[in-house]
Write a protein that binds this ligand. Structure first.
Ligand SMILES: *Cc1c(COP(=O)(O)O)cnc(C)c1O
Length: 388
């Protein structure tokens, strides 16, 4: 956490989510250094906050949009339409028409039906076909709903060519918060096979889209252990894969990357407060502490089904007595539990209603998953920190 973010959390006297814009920009610059020559298309759903998008657009990033609404927001943030692609394989006729009218010319696809619709409603567009992955090694696999098998990708792109579209690329998503470099190796193997099969049919693509999956660095697993990805190995694997595909290609081959959480997760944090630390007897006769927070699954912390966010209790010092607790949100929904690992979270025994709680590394997906006032708990307002 930067000193800037810490100071803003300390200064906040009400609940909010705070984004450190210079921190996000630094993460973006670092990504470009690690993957020289790659075009970044930020996956907007990870942080659909105008100020964040405008900063990234100004630095030259484009956007991976999943609906006409996201396309519109990307354009308003200052990205030219040429740097915005429609990355969702799920599209209605209406969605295709609206995006095409807004100037989008690059579309993800993974089925012949979608290709037929694109040819009719977005004639002359460029398409990239998403390959399915197993999602192994990731916290969220994204494996069933999207992408097709290698042979099907060849058929889909050949069909696109026959329908008058430009078969332009291949894409993949190795799974969100991908913790292994092996997943990237498998993706490059699949790219190499499909590119060769396409070349045999006289189809040459101009780019490969590596998708999302690059991890955040500050999460804990459900047992409370730090989730530490080996970023050096991951990026080395990706660079080697890029070099391999470039060497095999007859012409120039561009690379696109669609980071989501990697850019924003660790540079966003929530200032919430303690509703109550309660000791409760359970149906099984056991007794335990529950820490209820002002914020839970329905206002920002939906992803707590797979991870724990580091919690800081700034009004209780390092010497405070701790007790193990289940941590939960404020609504009347029993799913609204944000930390119930096999190892309970340690919280200060003296935690009192109203005490501030900082929820770190919560900058990714929080805004997208906020409901409109479930039980009267509104979405968190946001603050964007500028330089200084
Ligand atoms: C959500 C999404 C991403 C970003 O995923 P992360 O795991 O956050 O990096 C990238 N590409 C597509 C198509 C997505 O749907």
């Amino acid at each position: 956490m930067t000193a800037r973010l810490r100071a803003a959390l300390a200064a906040a006297d009400d609940d909010r989510i705070i984004y450190d814009l210079p921190g996000i920009e630094e993460r973006y610059d670092e990504l470009l250094r690690r993957l020289p020559g790659a075009d970044v298309r930020f996956a907007m759903k990870a942080c659909p906050v105008d100020e964040v998008l405008a900063r990234l657009a100004r630095k030259g990033a484009g956007f991976d949009a999943a609906s006409p609404g996201e396309v519109g927001q990307a354009l308003r943030a200052g990205a030219p339409a040429a740097r915005v692609h429609y990355g969702n394989t799920v599209k209605s006729d209406r969605g295709i028409l609206a995006a095409h009218r807004l100037g989008v010319r690059d579309f993800a696809t993974d089925s012949p039906e979608d290709v037929t619709a694109l040819a009719a409603l977005a004639p002359g567009s460029r398409v990239f076909c998403r390959l399915a992955t197993t999602g192994e090694g990731a916290l969220w696999g994204l494996s069933r709903k999207f992408g097709c098998a290698p042979e099907e990708a060849v058929r889909v792109l050949a069909g696109a060519r026959d329908a008058g579209l430009t078969p332009a690329g291949l894409s993949v998503h190795v799974g969100s918060q991908q913790m292994t470099a092996a997943a990237w190796r498998r993706a490059f193997d699949a790219f190499a096979d499909v590119l060769a099969a396409l070349a045999a049919r006289g189809i040459r693509l101009d780019h490969v889209n590596l998708g999302g999956g690059l991890p955040a660095l500050g999460y804990r697993d459900l047992r409370g252990r730090p989730l530490v990805p080996d970023l050096d190995e991951t990026f080395a694997t990706i660079r080697a894969g890029m070099a391999r595909l470039r060497a095999a290609a007859r012409g120039p081959l561009r690379f696109v990357v669609e980071p989501g959480r990697h850019l924003v997760a660790d540079h966003g944090a929530i200032r919430a407060h303690v509703a109550r630390l309660a000791s409760r007897r359970h149906a099984d006769g056991g007794r335990g502490y529950w820490l209820f927070l002002s914020c839970g699954k329905f206002n920002g912390l939906y992803e707590a089904d797979q991870l724990q966010y580091p919690l800081v209790f700034p009004s209780h010092g390092a010497a405070a007595e701790l007790v193990p607790a289940v941590v939960a949100g404020p609504t009347c929904d029993s799913d609204d539990v944000v930390a119930e690992g096999r190892v309970p979270v340690q919280v200060p025994r003296a935690a009192a209603s109203g005490d501030p709680v900082w929820i770190l590394s919560s900058g990714a997906y929080a805004v997208s998953y906020m409901t409109r006032g479930f039980n009267g708990y509104g979405p968190l307002p946001h603050t964007c920190l500028r330089a200084g």
